[in-house]
Write a protein that binds this ligand. Sequence first.
Ligand code: ADP
Ligand code: ADP
Length: 230
Amino acid sequence: MIKLTGLRKQYGETVVLDGIELTVEKGEIVVIIGPSGTGKSTLLRCVNFLEQPTAGELTVGDLTVDVERASKQDVLQLRRHTAFVFQNYALFANKTALENIAERLIVVDRWPKAKAHARAREILERIGLADKADAYPASLSGGQQQRVGIGRAMATGAEVILFDEPTSSLDPEWVDEVLGLMKQLAAEHQTMILVTHEMAFARDVADRVVFIEGGRIVEQGPPSDIFYHP
Ligand code: ADP
Ligand code: ADP
């Protein structure tokens, strides 16, 4: 489903990702952990070209690109296979919950508005916010805003959802409802790659934990191997 080969990212002289090799299978839940500043977020952002990787090869679905030669068309296609959930939700403040979820379907996927809104209503049901369709982000709790952020990713039907510290901006009281929605997606075998500090979630839900340090994968395996060293 996803394969990173020799993926590198540099900012000027600074090497942030130093030859990442990672394969993620369909339906797999992969949690990326490691000290702060080691490139976890950058790795996630490189997968869908929110950051332009410096070198390496990236496969998503049936598309493989050499990142140094990726065309605009390649990037658009890669993005179609992935959806991103941001730490700070990144909702449009001037759009309702329904419109936030429908936006990418209308603008990127060119769905007619009525069809996109119907899809958004289905998603609002699934994320338990059917009664908030017309609410603006400012009137929603942090937990509700992030559920809309996740709903927006779900609506695209993307094969892979990338989560960048999805609960790190939340007041503690809202964390469980967001983790609950993520667990629901995991139970539906949604392919997910997550950067998170929620170790209980990683232990209970992840198929694989990937430990990154200094821009390299230093260890990976099932949570039972990573968390319970003899
Ligand atoms: P993590 O998610 O593991 O905390 P990040 O991927 O956010 O780490 O950042 C990895 C490193 O890349 C950090 O040292 C950070 O300072 C650096 N970095 C991130 N974005 C930029 C940027 N736009 N320009 C320069 N350095 C950056
Ligand atoms: P930060 O750099 O502070 O971590 P964010 O993670 O919120 O900022 O987002 C910054 C990047 O995400 C930018 O490249 C921006 O274009 C992109 N972005 C922001 N909002 C959205 C969105 N709703 N959908 C897709 N991309 C977005």
